[in-house]
Design a protein. Sequence first.
Length: 426
Amino acid sequence: LASQPGESVPQACGDIAATTAAYDFWKSPYFQPDDIRQAHQTSTIKRIESHQILLAIQDTTNIDLTHHPQTTGLGYLDCATSFGLKVHSSLVASIDGVPLGIIHQHVWTRELENLGISKKRHQRETAEKESQRWLDTEQAIHQLIPPEKIVVTVADSEADIFDLFNQERAQNFHLLIRGTHNRKVDHNAKYLHEAINATPARGELKVEVNRSPQQHWRIAHLTIRFATLDIAVPSNHIRRKQLNPVKLQVILAREENPPEGVSPISWLLLTSLEIKSLEDAARCVRWYTYRWLIERYHYALKSGCGIEKLQLETGRRIHMALATYSIVAWRLLWLTYEARMHPQTPCDTVLETHEWQSLCVTISQNPHPPQTPPSLNEAVRMIAKLGGFLGRTRDGEPGLKTIWRGLKRLHDIAATWKLLKNHCAT
């Protein structure tokens, strides 16, 4: 499955026995999705050993299976006519942006009788709402990651939840959340947005804006403001009389002069990290830019691995397949960014000998492979070329799409190379 992302299960497995084994595993009553995740969690814990500060990036996505009406055990998604699974994941990354693993994942279904209940969300405790997943995930990660590590939860505006800010946490755990609500604060301006805008600019920061279907890759120049503010308990909070304000550091990173025709960047960040200088604020802004990784992970899971194309009979089997493909999607993402951040690593840490040799021969059109393996960056660029990456100077580094396309081609090329070498040797 890892070497053939996006292909059907029979195509990826290659023969009837392997295909049957995959389907039998996913429907077996003796294994649970958490058994698969636990093995990956254990490997992730080993990978983080050399990292003192970790970014735990949280986000939620839908696995939309509406077009598979025969699949039972699904829940509604955004309306009564769309069905599938809700998935909340936490991706652990290094502070230089390398994804190290999926440390926690929560999957659930919504019952149709609960459709519309969110309209009464202010009348319920957070623990009774889906938003509790943000708090539960942070607590679950606390149980998994060694206490000597510093962990920063990074999330978008969906995590702008007072109870998350107010949740008791260990000294080594912090939040870095994009704010959306114009909350009341202890400031002359009375409200968060007005208060931070009234703060003088502290300096500028250049950040890379990742390429997306809506925009090209570019460098943005952000003006930075920051302040320490007491965030008031929301007036509609069900326990507002029992709670106290929460002190947070607030950062506003805004693009004052964007290119013509481009929407300006404006990030309002709320954090429990100490901010005493422009350098501290800039570090938080850079860490927030890595939230992009979990969006790319979801892209790899859906478009790269094709999780929404699976035709399985029950939601539980889809859940088992999701746990499996979650690891495949992470590996694709890791390979993409590891090659960028640690380009000189020998590629034989990832590829078998017959894989890198057949790759070199195919790209160079030289029947004699090199004596030593190329670097990881060189190998990944060659894999991407198999997937359509042109490798021109202006193209930058290859993305997920060309890499997973290239991996699918490499699987067949490497298998043929190995067969021919073994045949010629005899």
